[in-house]
Write a protein that binds this ligand. Structure first.
Ligand SMILES: [Zn+2]
Length: 210
């Protein structure tokens, strides 16, 4: 896809996420890989009101070459791209149910969600929990980088999800499935639940590797 079309797509998807309450205020950011760098949503921008022409353009070292200054969370995106050669897009949200799950105690940090639906396993896979660090702390990028090779979706503790995809559509679909799964996990809290069996999970992973 040409760069201008990608800029339009970022703005369209940002508005869609904002209109459905998956992003609020200036929270959340979207990036797309280019042949020679990245497009990144600007710092303090609202995903619901992005101007495609002002989206930040970064070179392959992460330096701003045009547009507004990039999100302060750019380093999270670059940490994902560095470990995932096939990733073409990264989306990060502070969506309410995923953030709620990111604050829960006693979750499995290697696989946060219990196996409740096939689509969560197919699109999110094993969601890893990244330990808490203050916003902007370089240790957060290191922690994401350590997990990103094995996980295309990670959940920052007490913060929110970061998801990489082979296309922007794939990354957005996966982070929406993640948010939906977080909502279901909270709805099912303390209710007797029929989980998928390990055999059913293995079968899904075999048929739909992610
Ligand atoms: Zn954030």
């Amino acid at each position: 896809m040409k760069e201008n079309a990608l800029r339009e797509q970022i703005a369209m998807i940002g508005k869609s996420l904002y209109d459905r309450g998956l992003a609020h205020g200036s929270a959340g950011n979207i990036s797309v890989r280019l042949a020679d760098g990245w497009l990144m949503t600007p710092t303090n921008s609202c995903l619901g009101r992005l101007d495609p022409a002002r989206i930040s353009r970064l070179d392959s070292s992460g330096k701003l070459t045009s547009g507004d200054p990039p999100s302060k969370e750019t380093f999270l995106h670059i940490a994902m791209y560095q470990e995932r050669a096939t990733a073409s897009a990264v989306v990060h949200l502070h969506s309410v149910h995923a953030v709620a799950v990111s604050c829960l105690g006693h979750v499995n940090p290697d696989d946060v969600f219990p196996p409740i639906t096939a689509y969560a396993i197919m699109q999110v896979g094993k969601l890893a929990l990244v330990p808490y660090f203050p916003p902007g702390d370089p240790a957060l990028a290191d922690a994401v980088g350590k997990l990103a090779g094995k996980h295309h979706a990670v959940l920052l503790a007490n913060h929110g999800p970061v998801v990489a995809g082979s296309t922007l559509d794939a990354a957005v679909n996966a982070i929406e499935e993640l948010e939906q799964t977080a909502k279901l996990v909270l709805l099912l809290h303390n209710r007797p639940t029929r989980l998928l069996t390990p055999e059913q999970v293995s079968e899904l992973n075999r048929r739909f590797p992610n």
